[in-house]
Write a protein that binds this ligand. Structure first.
Ligand SMILES: Nc1nc2c(ncn2[C@@H]2O[C@H](COP(=O)(O)OP(=O)(O)OP(=O)(O)O)[C@@H](O)[C@H]2O)c(=O)[nH]1
Ligand SMILES: [Mg+2]
Length: 179
């Protein structure tokens, strides 16, 4: 999870964990690992998401979290033109360190309708340019949050460990039929 400071990365992760929305802004220091459950066609799977800091002073640490990742979620604030303009530099930084993995771009704070300055078509045009998926969300109103984890499940090959009494079977989502 990457993007400018204050765009709502931590709040989105907390909302995915059904935690209460808080108005206070507490910048993330370094990064924290979020383990988020998801019902994938009747099976419970876990996403391990690094919620990274947006503040410039922590940028040097970023590659540590990008390497070994399967996809990037790049978040901007729909009420901040600067955070939208910086999406490209976050994409470049990610690609330099993690290669050509899938990208999911989130436009957050869709509840702040009167303050919005990025329209849907502009965000879609950017996503198309980088072959990314775009989803508009609000961590406050919980709008579209379900789209985040379901989009990721279509973008990455999930590692599914099935537990039964005799053995743990490991499958990838590419050879698992679900739904
Ligand atoms: N209205 C509204 N406010 C939001 C939303 N999501 C987050 N916020 C607010 O935005 C501020 C920043 O949220 P954070 O989640 O801490 O931002 P962050 O991207 O993690 O910031 P860094 O950790 O510094 O990179 C907080 O005051 C949140 O309450 C949203 O969907 N709507
Ligand atoms: Mg944060």
């Amino acid at each position: 999870m990457i993007g400018d400071p204050n765009v709502g990365k931590t709040t989105i992760c907390n909302a995915l964990l059904n935690m209460e929305f808080t108005k206070d802004y507490k910048p993330t220091i370094g990064a924290s690992l979020m383990k988020i459950p998801f019902n994938y066609g009747g099976k419970m799977i876990w996403y391990y998401i690094w919620d990274t800091a947006g503040m410039e002073r922590y940028k040097a640490l970023a590659p540590v979290y990008y390497r070994g990742s399967k996809a990037a979620i790049i978040t901007f604030d729909l009420t901040s033109r600067t955070s939208f303009d910086n999406v490209v530099s976050w994409i470049n930084l990610y690609h330099e360190n993690a290669g050509n993995n899938p990208l999911l771009i989130l436009g957050n704070k869709s509840d702040l309708i009167d303050h919005r300055c990025i329209d849907h078509s502009e965000a879609i045009a950017l996503a198309d340019k980088y072959n990314a998926k775009y989803v508009e969300v609000s961590a406050f109103s919980k709008s579209n949050l379900g789209e985040i984890l379901s989009s990721l499940s279509n973008m990455v090959d999930l590692l599914i460990i099935e537990h039964n009494s005799n053995t743990n079977q490991i499958k990838s989502s590419a050879d698992t039929s679900c739904c």
